[in-house]
Ligand binder design. Structure first.
Ligand SMILES: Cc1cc2nc3c(=O)[nH]c(=O)nc-3n(C[C@H](O)[C@H](O)[C@H](O)COP(=O)(O)O)c2cc1C
Length: 353
């Protein structure tokens, strides 16, 4: 229980029990004001704890603009939503990546576009596109572990290639309009490789680094290697945000208490699983239902491939969403072969939540 909750309880007990009727009215008003302040504090908690940032991670396939806007509307906003990476294919930026970060599709939320590239030309093309949309910051992906991507020297693969990092530093140093942050792993196949990035800080004013404490080759297996947190906090010459397997407010609190030098945390899969993770006071069935309905409406407008595409998309979301909800309803959602059956199963799940 934090201070204001304790204070709220103490005062409500006091004003409720010991005071005369006029004083009780006064007590009620005081309690009401404290209660409102408390709620505001919890909303504030959704994006920050004291001066520490709580950021929403990019999760390709889940946290696109439809998810981000719905999340911000019902459970947020988070301090910032990092968009899944955009990349260049066949010489051009994938149109759906551009659509995802269009300011009109992200109205009212703090979005940080992310780029994934190993060729300087591709990187420069994407930085320009981000700046042209009037963004003021960009995040560089040095963490994607997907082997076909990493083998070509993209994402986490770049951490094992000092020469590629040198090219990246040069490209980043040539642009002045965007604030740059990095999202990286400890290494590709060796937990000393994060040090290969350090020379880049001599050329580029990196705003912050988000560190996922695993290797690329580990993908998402095994525990995060938190034994390296202290080294990275000490030796990376920029604020460091901790990332990897952070799955509750209590875990955030514990981590930030243990590492007060950290600038904050980033939460990915756990936030997709429970969109109310950062604001438990909003974890009501009505809010989950509203969130679902916003996703459904958003995708029915954004997708043009008819009922099947919409059904596929919604069923894919449920692979991660609300995993502790009723097992049978969950299964029925994933097995539904028409939108009618889908809606029946969703209603059943929310009735039992
Ligand atoms: C399906 C999936 C897609 C992801 N897509 C991205 C991405 O586009 N860009 C990125 O930097 N990280 C991506 N990540 C990594 C997450 O942002 C995060 O760093 C990682 O999942 C660890 O944090 P978590 O345990 O809180 O999820 C992805 C992770 C998953 C599981």
């Amino acid at each position: 229980m934090d201070f204001s909750e304790r204070e709220y309880l103490r005062r409500s007990q006091r004003y409720g029990k010991d005071f005369s009727p006029e004083q009780s009215v006064f007590g009620f008003l005081v309690t009401f004001v404290i209660c409102v302040a408390n709620i505001e504090k919890k909303q504030y908690l959704c994006g920050m704890i004291d001066d520490k940032k709580i950021l929403a991670a990019p999760v390709q396939g889940w946290t696109d603009h439809v998810w981000r806007v719905a999340h911000a509307q019902v459970f947020g906003p988070a301090e910032a939503y990092y968009a899944p990476f955009m990349r260049v294919e066949h010489g051009g930026i994938r149109p759906r990546d551009l659509r995802d970060i269009l300011p009109d599709n992200n109205a009212g939320i703090h979005v940080v576009p992310q780029v994934l590239a190993c060729r300087p030309d591709d990187m420069a093309q994407m930085l320009q596109a981000v700046a042209d949309m009037d963004y003021t910051e960009v995040n560089i992906n040095l963490g994607c572990p997907h082997p076909p991507v990493a083998r070509k020297g993209f994402g986490a693969g770049m951490l094992a290639r000092p020469e590629a990092l040198e090219n990246l530093a040069q490209t980043l140093s040539q642009q002045k309009s965007l604030k740059v942050s990095l999202k990286m792993r400890l290494g590709w196949d060796d937990p000393v490789q994060w040090r290969n990035v350090l020379p880049l800080f001599n050329q580029v004013a990196v705003d912050h680094v988000i560190m996922h404490y695993r290797l690329g080759t580990q993908q998402y297996r095994c525990e995060t290697m938190n034994q390296y947190i202290s080294d990275t906090l000490r030796d990376i010459p920029a604020p460091v945000i901790l990332n990897g397997d952070i799955d509750s407010l209590a875990a955030i609190d514990a981590l930030l208490n243990q590492y007060p030098q950290a600038a904050g945390v980033m939460v990915g899969r756990a936030l997709v699983a429970d969109p109310a993770l950062l604001c438990p006071d909003k974890a009501t069935v009505d809010n989950y239902r509203r969130f679902h309905d916003l996703l459904y409406d958003g995708y029915s407008r954004a997708l043009t491939g008819g009922d099947h595409q919409l059904l596929d998309k919604m069923q894919a979301l449920w692979q991660m969403m609300l995993p502790h909800a009723d097992h049978r309803a969950h299964k029925a959602i994933r097995k539904a072969n028409t939108l009618d059956r889908y809606h029946q199963a969703v209603s059943q799940l929310f009735e039992q939540l």
